[in-house]
Design a protein around this ligand. Structure first.
Ligand code: DGT
Ligand code: CA
Ligand code: CA
Ligand code: ZN
Length: 584
């Protein structure tokens, strides 16, 4: 059982308890445990297996440690089973909706008999929700939109969740008898922000034992199918995993085929046809003349390529193309012209320009964050806590900001070898003005601006608001520009094109927020930023030291957005970044 699966169960317990109106401290205990587990770098199953005392972890008491052990040993939690007898488990889905908290969910359940999203939709259609005291038409509309979003995203896992599930799966498959090569293809290999399922590819002489081993994966909830060369299992989180076993000579063709995307494959196959070649998951073959025998796999004499991906590309006159680009967004034309970008790599990153500390809603001190950044080999970092208007995050006013500067000076003496920029994530107010006075704005090294409220303004108003903020002379970076939370909150309705142009005009960079729940900008937005020549900053927005590792997801997304090292501000040296920050 993986950590994500354990947090999945504990969150559900918290949700159901909350709907039941349980003691808030009890509910918070589960949520705190989930937070702690999210930050762990080791599997709990291993810690339990080695008899470690989980109560030594922050936020994990005796009870929850016991539940974790139960989950690890039995794959189930009796507590959840009994809770589900009292509160329908499907009610927890309601809490995912914008505008529905536990109190409202409880009322919808008791007053309208709503137990699931379907029920809620029906109640909305019949106008029964709108009629409830304290709900109203506006809330109802928000709920309906939110249900649509939920449905659209349901079943797609974040790439970070997929990573966590892939690791132990690969470790398991490495022990399969006779396995020679193992690779994850599909959207996972293209590093898409979410994946619908996982596509494993294996090379071996004898497929049966490998397939058997696959279906015996201990974390599989069930086996959907298990043929000779193709099988599917379902993990506990509901994610499906496909396995295909292919012969060595087909490996490259199969890897190419199953990496996708489908649009990319179709375009490559078309190029093949133009060259008299037939391309499929078994290889690249000379096309048979019309009237010849129609066979699914051609004989070995027809084979032109297929053992490696590079061969497949060569056969159609192209060079190997990085998986992140394979979306048929111009990569084939670029490959043909020898103009593929040299994509940025994680090692190119020299610093992180958005993070939070205990001065607002972070959990670590400036010093701890600095030490963690230094450990990553960065030469600079920016401390960017929230401004006062973001009260839920403990935002700072001018006075506290000055106090923070004093602390920053102390930290600079304690942690050497890394430059600490004094920054702030300044809230963009409803009218586009900034939540910090001009004097203090001017004294900061790095000014990030971002939206945390009034996310549902009409498009034109929202656009004007952000353009106004970006036009302020003190601003350096527009952070998480659209405000989306993947699978949870849609982006703000705004004209991003206009915002990007304003950023360009005012010499402001846009952030690619690397938090895997945000990845804001999206890949297409990043492509557009690059076309317009707007510098991109990849930042983690870390609220804890281990969040600094999110940089990897930001770089993945940057690669999907065609970015080279030179397009990204925080790949520059300290002195270059300093110069850029002072230009204004
Ligand atoms: P996902 O799972 O929704 O995140 O996206 P993918 O891209 O992983 O899609 P998936 O799992 O349905 O299939 C994996 C790859 O297999 C896909 O990227 C391309 C290839 N593939 C699947 N179906 C077709 C098809 O009908 N035609 C072609 N040319 N390729 C296909
Ligand atoms: Ca897939
Ligand atoms: Ca698939
Ligand atoms: Zn923020």
């Amino acid at each position: 059982m993986e950590n994500v699966e354990i947090t999945h169960v504990l969150s559900e317990v918290a949700d159901l308890l909350e709907i039941q109106g349980a003691n808030p401290f009890r509910v918070r205990a589960y949520r705190n445990a989930v937070q702690t587990i999210d930050g762990l770098t080791r599997p709990l199953a291993e810690m339990v297996g080695e008899g470690e005392d989980l109560t030594e972890l922050p936020g994990i008491g005796k009870d929850i440690a016991g539940y974790i052990a139960e989950l690890v040993h039995t794959g189930e939690l009796r507590l959840l089973r009994s809770l589900e007898k009292e509160v329908p488990g499907t009610l927890a889905d309601l809490l995912r909706l914008d505008g529905v908290g536990p109190k409202r969910a409880e009322r919808l359940w008791h007053e309208l008999g709503v137990e699931s999203l379907d029920d809620l939709e029906e109640a909305l259609d019949e106008g029964r929700v709108q009629a409830l005291r304290g709900f109203g038409e506006k809330t109802a509309q928000r709920m309906r939109r939110s249900i649509d979003d939920f449905r659209r995203h349901a079943g797609r896992a974040l790439i970070s969740e997929a990573d966590e599930l892939v690791r132990p799966l690969l470790a398991h498959m490495a022990d399969a008898p006779g396995i020679e090569v193992l690779e994850v293809a599909g959207s996972y290999r293209r590093r898409k922000e979410t994946v619908g399922d996982l596509d494993l590819l294996a090379v071996c002489d004898e497929s049966r034992p490998v397939m058997d081993h696959f279906t015996r994966y201990p974390d599989a909830r069930r086996v959907e199918s298990a043929g000779e060369t193709r099988g599917t299992i379902v993990l506990r989180t509901g994610l499906h995993v496909d396995l295909r076993v292919v012969p060595r000579e087909s490996y490259g063709a199969a890897l190419h085929y199953f990496t996708g995307s489908k649009d990319h494959n179709v375009a490559i196959r078309r190029r093949g046809v133009e060259r008299g070649l037939k391309i499929n998951e078994y290889g690249v073959f000379k096309a048979r003349k019309r009237g010849g025998p129609a066979k699914r796999t051609s004989g070995p004499s027809d084979r032109v390529a297929g053992a490696t991906e590079a061969e497949v590309y060569e056969a159609v006159g192209l060079v190997w193309t990085p998986p992140e680009l394979r979306e048929n967004r111009g990569e084939i034309e670029a490959a043909e012209a020898g103009a593929l970008p040299r994509l940025v790599e994680l090692d190119d990153v020299r610093g992180d320009l958005q993070m939070h500390t205990t001065w607002s809603d972070g959990t670590a001190s400036i010093r701890e964050m600095a030490e963690a950044c230094r450990e990553l080999g960065y030469s600079y970092m920016a401390v960017t806590d929230h401004s006062k208007r973001v009260t839920v995050a403990g935002g700072m006013d001018e006075k506290r900001l000055e106090k923070q500067w004093a602390e920053l000076d102390k930290a600079r003496k304690q942690v050497t070898g890394i430059h600490m920029f004094a920054g702030m994530e300044v809230d963009i107010l409803k009218d586009g003005s900034l939540d910090l006075d001009d004097e203090h704005l001017a004294r900061l090294d790095v000014v990030l601006v971002s939206v945390h409220s009034h996310m549902d303004l009409p498009r034109a108003t929202q656009t004007d608001r952000i353009v106004k903020a970006v036009s302020h002379p003190a601003v350096h970076i527009l952070a998480h520009p659209t405000g989306r939370l993947i699978n949870t909150r849609e982006p703000c309705d705004l004209d991003l094109e206009e915002v990007l142009k304003a950023a360009k005009e005012h010499g402001v960079a846009v952030e690619l927020n690397a938090n895997p729940q945000r990845l804001d900008l999206s890949d297409l937005h990043v492509i557009r930023a690059r076309e317009l020549g707007v510098p991109v900053v990849v930042s983690t927005d870390a609220h804890r030291p281990d969040h600094l590792r999110f940089m990897r997801y930001g770089v993945d997304q940057a690669r999907r957005g065609w970015l080279e090292k030179g397009d990204i501000l925080n790949t520059r040296t300290l002195s270059d970044v300093r110069r850029w920050l002072r230009k204004a």
